[in-house]
Design a binder for this molecule. Structure first.
Ligand code: 5RP
Length: 225
């Protein structure tokens, strides 16, 4: 994932989005370092009396929410009022997500929310998406999916674990192909094409799902609706 942003900028974005969570609501809890600031801030508000329930998007966000005292529910028990999640790249309302290999559950939770708030630092903003698209694949379909992605003009690369010998395995037990397409002229068409490849569980193109983007900086937060 892009690492250019400062932690202060991520914190500003995450905390500003967390401030919008209303009493009596269900919140989708995103994954990554920016969403983590929102989770910690919601935890502090719960500690101070806010009535909110969280729906985690990953093992990582579930653990952080537990540590911060946020009551949790599964998506089949509640409906999500607002989801707060990070992104690897943001172009208007379109995103690339999945730097944390959590994009399958993130997409289910974020897309189900009445409002989906993206939290980001300025290094994530771009005119056109070009970040390699994470594609979660069934392990048995790794090479057939890779061939289909090459036919779509992409360059698939199996994501490997940084500190272990072997591939990254998602919370769902699958593999991730990071697929470079260069500048993505039509994210909607590519998203549809990727979704139709047999063996693809989910890809990290989030097209037209965001309701607002909170971009933090050392000086404050800009909100793009
Ligand atoms: C995880 C994600 C993250 O939201 C994305 O990678 C951004 O992470 P960070 O806020 O740490 O830069 O999509 O799958």
């Amino acid at each position: 994932m892009k690492q250019g942003g400062s932690d202060a900028a991520k914190r500003a974005a995450g905390e500003a989005a967390a401030e919008t969570v209303e009493d009596g609501t269900v919140v989708g809890l995103g994954t990554g370092s920016t969403a983590a600031h929102a989770i910690r801030a919601i935890g502090r508000r719960v500690d101070a009396g806010l009535d909110a329930v969280g729906v985690p998007t990953s093992f990582q966000s579930r653990e952080l929410a537990r540590e911060n005292g946020i009551p949790l529910a599964d998506l089949d028990e509640v409906s999500v009022d607002v989801a707060i999640d990070g992104a690897d790249e943001v172009a208007g309302g379109d995103l690339v997500k999945g730097g944390g290999a959590a994009h399958a559950r993130e997409k289910v939770v974020d897309a189900s929310a009445d409002r989906f708030l993206v939290v980001a630092d300025p290094s994530k903003e771009t005119e056109a998406l070009s970040y390699p698209v994470p594609v979660e694949v069934l392990p048995a379909a790794r090479s057939t999916v890779a061939e289909r992605i090459e036919a779509l003009g992409g360059d698939p690369d199996l994501r490997r674990a940084e500190r272990k010998d072997g591939p990254v395995v998602t919370d769902n037990g699958n593999l991730v192909l990071d697929c470079a397409f260069g500048e993505i002229a039509d994210p909607g068409s590519l998203a549809t094409a990727l979704s139709t490849v047999p063996g693809v569980v989910e890809h990290g193109l989030f097209v037209g799902l965001a309701d607002a983007v909170y971009v933090g900086s050392e000086d404050g937060v800009t909100v793009h609706e």
